[in-house]
Design a protein around this ligand. Structure first.
Ligand code: CA
Length: 229
């Protein structure tokens, strides 16, 4: 039996926080809601949480500052809630130590899926061990990815898509999720173009290793990365 894990929600919009809280409860997670970053920091000092969900736009401190403050004290897994593409760029571009992000508007189910995935990774005793042989090395500062020791020549969109896959080996991403990861305005892009970028990515991986089969297609679902060493 899974014990009730406690999640800290830092979100100044009560209706959003309530939706998250209910969705988490349905999955067996207890939660605590703070409207202000200052309250969240105070609670983190005295209580144990399994994970924090942090809105980027908070009244007293932005979520990035809060993340830095949390990171000085704790390595608790952290998911950002963000409404803006430029915020996503910061989350991806800076090494803030966030584990994931979800863009508003989001479905509560999407968020709880991320929460579960992160907690599974944080608890390697119940999952397969993190594969030290993963042949990808991501450099977020330079926006480059090495595959088997060679720097891939990637477009920005290919970099963001592959970075997303590499960060969560084995996790299946829908085309919509990959679009969110890679596009400033995903709603204006066609899902089909994800397939085109995946095809191009595969060709680039095959230039390094002609046998490569790292990116798996899941029909009707999306794509995932295998880490076959
Ligand atoms: Ca807000």
């Amino acid at each position: 039996m899974a014990e009730a894990k406690r999640i800290l929600i830092v979100e100044d919009e009560t209706s959003i926080a309530d939706n998250i809280s209910v969705a988490l409860q349905l999955e067996g997670f207890g939660s605590v809601h703070c409207m202000l970053a200052g309250d969240a920091l105070a609670r983190l000092q005295t209580e144990a949480f399994e994970l924090a969900i942090v809105d980027v736009g908070l009244p007293d401190m932005n979520g990035f500052e809060l993340c830095k403050a949390i990171r000085r004290e704790s390595d608790i897994p952290l998911i950002f809630l963000t409404a803006r593409a430029d915020e996503i760029d910061r989350i991806l571009g800076l090494e803030l130590g966030a584990d994931d992000y979800v863009t508003k508007p989001f479905s509560p189910r999407e968020l709880t899926t991320r929460v579960k995935a992160i907690l599974r990774r944080a608890r390697p005793d119940t999952a397969k061990p993190v594969d030290p042989e993963i042949p990808f090395v991501v450099d977020t500062r330079q926006a480059t990815i090495q595959f088997r020791g060679q720097v891939l020549n990637l477009t920005r969109i290919e970099f963001l898509m592959l970075q997303t896959l590499v960060a969560h080996p084995g996790q299946v991403f829908s085309r919509g999720q990959l679009m969110h990861a890679a596009w400033e305005h995903p709603q204006v892009s066609l899902e089909r173009s994800v397939d085109t970028h995946i095809k191009s990515l595969r060709a680039k991986l095959k230039q390094v290793d002609s046998e490569d089969d790292s990116i798996q297609t899941h029909r009707g679902l999306g794509y995932s990365l295998t880490v076959a060493g």
